[in-house]
Design a protein around this ligand. Sequence first.
Ligand SMILES: [Fe+2]
Length: 404
Amino acid sequence: MLRKIAVTDLVVGMYVVDTGLSWLEHPYLYTEEGELRSQVAVAGIAASGYTEAFIDTERGAYANTLSGEPGGEVSLAALLARGPVTPVAPVVPLAEELETAKGVYKDCLSTAQAMLRDVAAGGEVDIEAPQALVNEVIASAVRNPDALIALGKLRRHDAYTFTHGVNVAVLAVAFGASLGIEAEGLRELGLAGLFHDLGKTGVPDAILNKPGRLTPGEFTQVKAHPRLGRELLETRGLPEAVLRGVAEHHEKWGGQGYPRGLAGETVHAWGRIIGVVDIFDALTSRRAYKEGMLPTRALAVLYSMRERDFPPGLVERFIKFMGPYPVGSFVRLGSGEYAFVRGSNPARPLSPELLVAFDAAMHPAPRRILAAERDGKGPLAIAEALDPAAYGLDPLDYLGLPAG
Ligand SMILES: [Fe+2]
């Protein structure tokens, strides 16, 4: 489909079409046909004084990723086919962004808590505060996505219901950005993440917190939560994509999910992304009745689910995004020393930036910052990931600190 758009809305991957309109009559129309290959090319068009261009929404790498039409469908397959977005170096160093992100994260938690309380008391869902906060989450993720991801480790296990929503929103936004999803889509994803389990306010706590197996009757009640969530949000003027992200986050690729048993590509892309992120956060969360799983282990579990439960390529991309050792991981090195992962390295996932903090006897050591060796056998290579909580350590006490 041909669309005329302002050159300020052009993005890399769009396919510009020469419609044959006369240059003399339309001097501000950019007509050089072909796919826009770089940000420099895009910026150059506006800088040359053009104001409009025709694009073909069915051609070029951008095709079918985001239609831009209200209520338009996003093709997850097209997003995944587009390949990894070149990782951009963080705009702000982690230690600095952590300070800002802490405030954003705290605001998210209190907003999520208030929202659940209001809805449980029969009130309407407030969407104003969440909308403002999701914008702040996106801004922080653009400055340095590691900060908010590391903050997820602050979670208090007694506050799972609302920390989970916040963590899913944060992870979905950061993962979505790595897939090249544009701002409007990220806003929808963030809101869908924050609201995804809102419908659980309609399920009794005794069922939600039951450590053992649910009876078939109890499971039927749990299975209603995506639909209940959608119903609670439906009258609030949110985009349909947000409602579908909420309603479809437990649907599975093979059709064995709930509540509707939708299969394959009928499920909205936001529902799929929330689905992956939801499971990762649930597995790595500590609850009253279980320890949190290490990220490496949780990613292995997701990998084992990839063919049956998720669209081709989605889990693989999520693993690539998180890396085997996300920021905040606590690891033992080949030398026997212990370190925290304080910076991701998307190009070399086995070689993240480390803060060495303890010697082989677990005594505090002079702190040094270094990149892990990639060869798994070297003294400075990561030998294994460990649970910092088992050692009574909070990664956040170390991430913001300089070496020495
Ligand atoms: Fe859920």
